[in-house]
Design a protein around this ligand. Structure first.
Ligand code: 5GP
Ligand code: MG
Length: 177
């Protein structure tokens, strides 16, 4: 890898990721069959996980995205959240499944679930690929959780550091040299 300032260590391999996605998809299919859920991905980090997840779920559903303020180029959450790109569809009566790459402080997902609940959906649930429980600042229920991960800065499988590394097929720890 051409990268002088940092080092990557595979934390969760693509093989393990595939097994986790399959398990989550089976749970989701069991709960949402016949409900035509609206799957809402939080851009940008969730796009790889969401793409894998909806194909593994493989049943009628719709997909939309929101973009919220995020870390920017630093590794710390600002705690202030705003909607940069909103949904393009009506939520009244819909079963909404929010898909997130990683729940850290919980502020992003807590904000989004509250925001969506105000739009009159039939239900709002959360699916997160990973969670860092030791970092939580607000209590948030994760209905479908892939894996708990340690308090490390992770990249790959959609996650970036200043827009780098999203393409990596494995979830990696980024270590500064
Ligand atoms: P929150 O602290 O609100 O739960 O998470 C804020 C955002 O930071 C999330 O959307 C998540 O994608 C991102 N984030 C949290 N931990 C990490 C991490 O270890 N690596 C990267 N690249 N993003 C993270
Ligand atoms: Mg994110």
């Amino acid at each position: 890898m051409v990268d002088t300032g940092s080092e990557l260590k595979v934390l969760i391999s693509r093989r393990r990721i595939a097994a986790v996605v399959k398990r989550l998809a089976e749970e989701i299919r069991g709960d949402y069959t016949g409900l035509n859920p609206l799957v809402v991905g939080i851009l940008k980090g969730s796009f790889v996980f969401l793409a894998d997840l909806v194909r593994a779920v493989n049943m009628p559903l719709q997909v939309d995205f929101v973009k919220l303020t995020s870390y920017g180029d630093s590794t710390q959450s600002s705690g202030r959240i705003t909607v940069l790109l909103d949904l393009n569809c009506q939520l009244a009566g819909r079963h909404v499944l929010v898909v997130e790459d990683i729940v850290d402080s919980g502020l992003t997902t807590a904000f989004l679930c509250d925001y969506l609940r105000q739009k009159g959906p039939a239900s709002v649930k959360l699916c997160a690929f990973t969670s860092k429980p030791s970092r939580r600042k607000v209590d948030i229920r994760i209905d479908y959780l892939g894996l708990e991960v340690p308090d490390k800065f992770l990249v790959g499988y959609g996650l970036d550091c200043a827009e780098r590394y999203r393409y990596l097929p494995d979830l990696c720890e980024l270590k500064e040299k």
